[in-house]
Design a protein around this ligand. Structure first.
Ligand code: CAA
Length: 320
């Protein structure tokens, strides 16, 4: 099949909310066959039924024909559980999804230190790089972890950062940061590692554009542009609540009605997940030593309590 972006097949590693969203836009908009991997069959089934619902809604609204929806769904293949990442060995691009809970590794459980997450993530990336073809582009959807570190993890055992094979393997790694909900949010942040080649960058951009997204480029700094700006904003709102400057509802209402934000910062924190917010803030704080990124005590305590926002049924708000 001839496709403008040049990818014949892609893999999505991690079928949570973000992974499903990426698989959805890749299949529907970029029209590329997608191989979906997750260790949890329950998660896969949940995601596929959500995809069916999204497609059915778009058909009922006249945004898609029945045939387009059917084709999009048929382009998704679930990799059998026993194959895992080996099932991606022939794809042209893998998007590794950074919900930090890929494939049963509960990386953020109990507010675990972000540095531990980094180690788990890089070891996952190391296995991925070894499982796929040497020319497969490896994109990571991480929200905050160093892409340069992920690229270094892609260097095969026995090679070095300066050897031809080592350099080529690291050069195919790039950050491709999607936003939740992926089908709705228009942006993808593109983050070159120090090692990323121009070809990798151009191809990753072409993929994001084919998925219907606008692209911005950020240097590989903690949090990139998006979270270096968003997380202090969310944290400041939590500290406003902690200090009693305003009630939950007044803080959110101020930003929603005064600044036209679609969600107030506390509602948005719940939507992202309080454990995810904490984990990103820890990466920002540890990566910069700048006190402006220090997570608020209230956020830490809420994560300690297991109040993780919308996904756990309780955060700043209660959910059914
Ligand atoms: N998946 C797919 N589509 C969804 C969706 C989801 N999870 N949630 C909502 N939608 C769709 C709806 O189906 C609806 O589509 P139609 O127009 O075709 O009917 C459309 O979005 C609008 O939805 P609603 O009317 O139900 O609700 P809304 O107008 O209040 O919009 C929202 C919901 C899009 C989530 C909006 O509140 C919003 O933009 N919130 C801010 C989201 C945000 O900031 N996201 C970024 C988080 S940061 C991040 O992701 C990265 C990181 O590193 C932390």
């Amino acid at each position: 099949m001839s496709i403008a972006h040049g990818f014949r097949t892609i893999g999505v590693l991690g079928a949570g909310q973000m992974g499903l969203g990426i698989a959805y836009v890749a299949s529907l908009r970029a029209k590329v066959p997608v191989y979906l991997v997750d260790k949890s069959p329950v998660q896969i089934q949940k995601s596929l039924s959500l995809m069916d619902k999204l497609l059915a809604k778009d058909v009922s609204k006249g945004k898609l024909s029945e045939q387009e929806a059917k084709d999009a769904r048929q382009r998704i293949t679930v990799v059998p559980e026993e194959q895992g990442i080996e099932g991606l060995k022939d794809v042209d691009l893998v998007v590794e999804v950074s919900n930090l809970n890929y494939a049963g590794y509960k990386l953020t459980e109990g507010g675990q230190a972000a540095t531990e997450n980094v180690n788990l993530k890089t070891s996952l990336f190391e296995s991925l790089a070894a499982a796929v073809r040497p020319d497969t582009i490896l994109a990571t959807n991480t929200s905050s972890i160093s892409i340069t570190k992920m690229a270094a993890a892609a260097i095969p055992k026995g090679e070095t950062a300066a050897s031809p094979k080592g350099k080529a393997s690291a050069a195919r790694v790039v950050g491709l940061h999607f936003f939740n909900p992926v089908p709705v949010m228009k942006l993808v942040e593109l983050i070159p590692a120090l090692q990323t080649s121009q070809e990798t960058l151009d191809r990753a951009r072409a993929f994001a554009v084919a998925c219907g997204k606008e692209v911005t480029v950020s240097k590989d700094v903690p949090g990139f542009i998006s979270n270096a700006l968003l997380m202090p904003f969310i944290n400041e709102a939590i500290m406003c609540l902690e200090k009693g400057i305003g009630t939950r509802d007044d803080i959110d209402k101020t930003l929603k009605l005064g600044m036209n934000h679609p969600m107030g910062p506390l509602q948005l924190a719940d939507f992202i997940g309080l454990d995810t917010c904490l984990s990103i803030q820890q990466v920002l704080y540890q990566g910069t030593s700048d006190s402006k990124y220090r997570p608020s005590v209230l956020l830490e305590r809420m994560v300690d309590a297991g109040w993780l926002g919308k996904k756990s049924g309780k955060g700043f708000y209660d959910y059914e």
